[in-house]
Design a protein around this ligand. Structure first.
Ligand code: MN
Length: 140
């Protein structure tokens, strides 16, 4: 079925809570794009309350994060966490282990865009980010 031209009103979709299986802390997700063939692009605005973050995970075709408000963190496996500020863009290559979330004492929102794999594969989830991992000093 072709994608319908038009405007999806904000009030037509509901904010969801991030699953405790894949997030630590309180996280809200607002859908922006739901993939419809031939596109495989999905996207949502994710709002993390202070200290909240994703579990370790990777994306089959990578992910782009565009930082909207607050102060956040991105961490690639084997590296220190990095501070994120509004206007920053994060490029996450395919199959690259990472986590993202809020800073310890600020809200954080980003637009997250990612494509499903050619066989429809989605995000591959790993363990939760421990407090020790999360609290490592972040670089700017
Ligand atoms: Mn990600």
């Amino acid at each position: 079925m072709p994608v319908k031209a038009g405007v999806i009103r904000a009030g037509a979709r509901t904010t969801r809570r991030g699953s405790t299986e894949t997030f630590t802390g309180v996280v809200f997700q607002d859908p922006v794009i739901t993939a419809e063939a031939p596109s495989r692009l999905g996207g949502s605005v994710v709002t993390f309350t202070p200290g909240a973050r994703t579990a370790w995970h990777s994306h089959p075709v990578g992910q782009t994060l565009f930082c909207l408000s607050g102060v956040g963190r991105i961490c690639f496996k084997g590296e220190k966490p990095q501070v994120l500020n509004p206007g920053d863009t994060v490029n996450i290559p395919p199959d690259t282990l990472h986590w993202h979330g809020a800073s310890p004492d600020r809200l954080f929102s980003h637009l997250a865009l990612s494509e499903a794999g050619e066989q429809g594969q989605g995000t591959s989830w790993g363990p939760h980010v421990t407090d020790t991992e999360y609290n490592e000093p972040a670089t700017t």
